[in-house]
Design a binder for this molecule. Structure first.
Ligand code: IMP
Ligand code: MG
Length: 189
């Protein structure tokens, strides 16, 4: 069985453009400089495509958390890298690849709010995967809604750090996952 493509490169770019259009309209009369924060590592392809389509001034920053282990979330979130910009009093936009349980984005929102007291925090996610939502969290801008609980790879989304580097998003087959496991095993020798 071949991997099922869920979002082609064209479909992704359309979704990214549609979010950028809304942001461009919001910042048409720009009075402040927002800080866009990409969540490492998964959001990187989306983050960089999105900011290139945004036609207003902004600052870029990065934050890193981890919660996933293989194909499921552990529910425990670790902060691996903090922001480096001064975001106190600023309009902050957190850019994520996918929202699943909602734990990561709600943790990040709370963390940044308590530690840095920004003026506002807006949440952007390319994919909104709804079935496993555990916290009541509203994503302000999302590209694509998913009603199925499928494990996705590609365009930043990984399985054990593999498969981030495609320009499309797919559901890996069991065979594909086993092949990656084997490659990772072989590397240990
Ligand atoms: P949440 O905390 O459960 O909302 O999960 C968010 C994080 O889990 C995302 O930033 C992704 O890194 C990861 N994640 C969630 N669903 C998937 C998936 O289908 N494939 C790969 N990573 C995922
Ligand atoms: Mg992520």
């Amino acid at each position: 069985m071949t991997n099922e493509i869920v979002l082609t490169s064209e479909a992704i770019q359309e979704a990214v453009q549609s979010i950028a259009n809304k942001l461009n309209a919001k910042f048409k009369k720009q009075t402040s400089i927002p800080v866009f924060i990409g969540v490492l590592k998964g959001a990187m392809p989306f983050f960089h495509d999105l900011v290139k389509k945004c036609k207003f001034e902004m600052k870029l920053d990065y934050i890193q958390v981890s919660s996933y282990s293989g194909t499921s979330t552990t529910g425990v979130i670790h902060l691996l890298k903090d922001v480096s910009e001064d975001i106190n009093g600023k309009d902050v936009f957190i850019v994520e690849d996918i929202i699943d349980t909602g734990l990561t984005l709600s943790y990040l929102k709370q963390y940044l709010k308590v530690k840095y007291n920004p003026k506002s925090i807006t949440l952007i996610s390319l994919i909104d995967k709804k079935p496993l939502r555990k916290v009541d969290l509203t994503v302000d801008y999302s590209g694509v809604s998913m009603v199925d609980n499928k494990f996705l790879c590609g365009y930043g989304l990984d399985y054990k750090e593999m498969a981030r580097n495609t320009d499309y998003i797919f559901v890996p087959t069991k065979k594909q996952l086993a092949q990656w496991d084997k490659l990772l095993e072989d590397k240990k020798d």
